[in-house]
Design a protein around this ligand. Sequence first.
Ligand code: CA
Length: 201
Amino acid sequence: MRTSVVKDPGSGFLIGDAASFSRCPVTVLRTQFLKVYREKCFEFVIDHETYWDNADKDCRSRGGHLATIGDKETQVFIMETLRSIGFNKHGIWIGLNDREHEQHWVWATGENLGSYRNWGNQQGNGITHLTDDCVHLRYIDGGQWHDSPCHLGTYHYTYICQYRKYFDCFNFITPLEVSRIKKSYMNEIVTRNCNTTIFNC
Ligand SMILES: [Ca+2]
């Protein structure tokens, strides 16, 4: 696990190891809760709990979605990360949901549920399936997937956002990011991570 994290002296933000994070969106803070796996950046938001909709909205505000777990390797990566960051909650939202069409499971990215599934016992199609439309990874159940109401009562959890890695240092600057971050600060990040400067400001 990478532990190379330095604090930006100007903003106080944590800036991660350039080699691992340089192609993650600049909108995502470089902390110990940001991990890179294959071609995606995963942000583990474990400092507060909320409903599924709010969680996905928060991910989207930084250009991502709630996380997709498309295969066993990704599931293992997530469980190992949760262990390594000292996760101590019952569960954590992932992107899987059947909100639009009952029993038609899709990820927050719009992808259909593939062949890999990790449902817990009686989950996904249990007797309460009509109201259980959003899925969390139940940490205390070995990481098995549990469907529950998306925004009701006590069903709020921490969550995992995912972002695609940008192709290169120049492509990771999008209009959304420019609007959200001061150019001078972005310049610092780009200079640090890409060894170049993109704005004259
Ligand atoms: Ca359902």
